[in-house]
Write a new protein. Sequence first.
Length: 96
Amino acid sequence: MAPVSTRLSARIRADFSPSDAERVLDDLADIPESLPLGESQNTERLQACAVLPAAGDYDDFRQSIALLRIDWRDGLMGTGLEHGHWPRELDRLLGT
């Protein structure tokens, strides 16, 4: 099980309702390990790919998870985290 970073957890709690935030945190517990070749990727990066595009909508979050399970690289493309500057982009989106 992969922990959710403090800053991503704070973003989840800010974006989602309290009950949905708990579900999102639970749903992220197996990301990246459950994704094909995901274990070789940064956990926060892949978890953020599911959270950020959803903008607080749990159904959209579940769709993002489904996309990651098919090909997590598409999730990276959809959030701007696909390039080598992704750590800076995460800092910009989640804070430092």
